[in-house]
Design a protein around this ligand. Structure first.
Ligand code: SAM
Ligand code: SF4
Length: 338
């Protein structure tokens, strides 16, 4: 499926994946308010715009009050789930701060996903106990060798894998994912990523095309048109939906960076989750992982109305007021009880 190039065959692939999405999930899309909580990061991934060594980035960290306030705003928009994402920080002060935020969010009765990178098992446990229900940690690529080429020597694919397995043991709904069209990546690598999702039996998948950032070391390697990058992202969504009909698959913002209607194309290729940004405009420009991040000047309210219009236009309904948990998660819990 991933190797298809003929336009009619690719269109058939998207159609079939969308049919499977309709059969298992319906013409419905779950939403999560995305809070970009901070861009301070201890890591130096070669592809990322907010990597530690990028001195051009103005660093910020939202206060605990700011994060709670954005979560309240998300709830008022009807987003029953939020994702708190940031660069990776491993420190007791950070762990405690996230813990305090989670305890305050408990009163809002939201589905909370964290995406705060690799942490020690006891940290994941403390955050789970404080109320986080889901965790998103992309493996980036299932090919350990390729991972090594895209990161400094002290970054470890094995540790990332261990983190995912720890999260599972702690009963999080576990999300992972990859970037598509990375330099040096083959069709087999991408197919292996889908095998990885299946073998690790994950609940949620966030995938998007890799997009170069001008101040990241990987910037100039292997130029590719926007259309080609988008096609890789869409084929991966479609092939993943056909392989794993019950998982939640996000139409990543990176799709929208490549085409104005990229997220809608993602839904029509089988994705069922969208994460509208609720971060204040003041901070959005400082959280640029890649060039061409969309909606830099739109506030959360504008993003919500835009999303309504766009999804209505393709006949999909937004599940306001619903957490949108992964069907795969409930299925696994049922099987465990048998
Ligand atoms: N720091 C945490 C981590 O790495 O897991 C969470 C935030 S990180 C910015 C979220 C994701 O952004 C990464 O997992 C990576 O897949 C994606 N990302 C980073 N740079 C990118 C780029 N140039 N193009 C597309 N996606 C990118
Ligand atoms: Fe940091 Fe995540 Fe970017 Fe890597 S991808 S540099 S961990 S923010």
């Amino acid at each position: 499926m991933l190797a298809l190039e003929d336009a009619d065959e690719v269109a058939d692939l998207y159609r079939e994946a969308y049919r499977v999405k309709l059969e298992h999930i319906g013409a419905k899309v779950s939403v999560r308010g995305l809070i970009e909580a901070g861009n301070v990061c201890a890591k130096d991934c070669f592809y990322c715009g907010i990597r530690k060594s990028n001195a051009k980035v103005r660093r910020y960290q939202l206060s605990e009050d700011d994060i709670v306030c954005l979560a309240e705003q998300s709830k008022s928009f009807g987003y029953a789930s939020v994702v708190i994402q940031s660069g990776e920080i491993e420190s007791e002060a950070h762990t405690m701060s996230v813990e305090r935020v989670l305890k305050r969010l408990a009163a809002l009765d939201l589905g909370v996903t964290l995406s705060l990178g690799e942490q020690e098992p006891d940290v994941y446990k403390r955050w789970r106990d404080a109320g986080a229900a889901r965790y998103l940690l992309r493996i980036e690529t299932a090919n350990e060798e390729l991972y090594r080429k895209l990161h400094p020597a002290n970054h470890s694919w094995r540790r990332r894998l261990e983190c995912l397995r720890t999260l599972r043991k702690l009963d999080y709904q576990v999300g992972t994912g990859v970037m598509c069209a990375l330099p040096g990546e083959t069709v087999k690598d991408l197919a292996d990523s889908i095998r990885f999702f299946r073998d690790e039996d994950v609940d949620m998948i966030g995938m998007g095309p890799y997009i170069p950032h001008p101040d990241a070391p990987l910037k100039g390697v292997e130029p590719m048109t926007k259309a080609a990058r988008l096609a890789w992202g869409l084929k991966m969504i479609a092939a993943t939906r056909l392989t794993l009909p019950q998982v939640n698959i996000a139409a990543a913002t990176a799709l929208q960076a490549l085409a104005d209607d990229g997220r809608e194309q993602g839904i029509l290729a089988g994705a069922n989750v969208i994460m509208p940004n609720v971060t204040d405009v003041e901070y959005r420009a400082n959280y640029q992982l890649y060039a061409g991040k969309p909606c830099l000047n739109e506030n959360a309210g504008q993003c919500r109305s835009c999303l309504d219009r766009r999804l209505e236009a393709i006949g999909e309904k937004i599940l306001y007021g619903e957490r949108g948990d992964s069907l795969r998660y409930f299925e696994r819990c049922k099987n465990a009880q048998r």
